[in-house]
Design a protein around this ligand. Structure first.
Ligand code: SF4
Length: 226
């Protein structure tokens, strides 16, 4: 049955943003597709031309892992997010290890690339999403092989303590943050981002203090702007 939207003041209970954001993930087709994924294989693996942090051209591997997704999506979710399409609810650490092995085998042990982007439809350094043992393996193997690692993250995981731990394993990697907009009104009412500009500033300060490189993804024309 179609959901009828109500407005505040109409005398009926208003729809929550949360329910509207999550609706596409809960259709029978979305649920069926999620259940069809092989948890032991990554969502996709490919290589592209890239640049190392010093500007040197290089070849980069992108490994998009099949994960349980993003903890913010579990409890609420960004208004534009479609990453739930790549996730399964029951991915285990053994599955992630198998996906990493498969990715390395497919790309000749990463022998022909100088950079590896490891994306998780969430945050690699978030313990609720990615088992710590697997985080450690990715950090360690990239450092040992001399591969520049790029991971994605929200802001709340990027504490001084977490980064101190990560940099003992891999002292030189990049963290890309989906900031979308440096504006609390857009973050709250348009994107439902679940973190603030202040949280972003704190994360960037912690990353710089840890000697790590930061990238920010920005969104042009966020939802509900016009
Ligand atoms: S933080 Fe990223 S993965 Fe999480 S809900 Fe927002 S867009 Fe989706």
């Amino acid at each position: 049955m179609a959901t009828r939207l109500t407005l505040v003041g109409q005398g009926e209970k208003a729809q929550r943003v949360h329910d509207l954001v999550k609706a596409p993930a809960n259709t029978p087709e979305s649920r069926r597709r999620q259940a069809s994924w092989d948890a032991s294989r990554p969502a996709t693996v490919y290589t592209t031309p890239e640049m190392l942090p010093d500007g040197t051209p290089c070849s980069a591997a992108t490994v998009i892992l099949r994960t349980k997704g993003c903890h913010w999506w579990w409890s609420s979710g960004c208004t534009f997010c479609g990453y739930f399409n790549d996730t399964r609810d029951d991915v285990t650490e053994a599955d992630l290890q198998a996906q990493w092995d498969w990715s390395a085998a497919k790309l000749n042990g990463f022998a022909d690339v100088q950079m590896v982007k490891v994306y998780t439809s969430g945050s690699l350094l978030e313990d609720r999403e990615i088992p710590v043992g697997f985080q450690e393996r990715v950090l360690r193997e990239c450092a040992e092989r001399g591969l520049h690692l790029i991971v994605e993250s929200r802001t709340e995981q990027l504490t001084q303590e977490k980064l101190a731990w990560a940099t003992t394993i891999n002292p030189d990697f990049t963290v890309a943050i989906g900031l979308e907009a440096y504006d609390d009104e857009v973050l709250r009412f348009h994107v439902n981002k679940g973190f603030s500009v202040r949280s972003y500033d704190r994360a960037v300060a912690n990353l710089k203090e840890a000697g790590l490189r930061v990238k920010a993804y920005l969104m042009f024309k966020p939802p509900f702007m016009s």
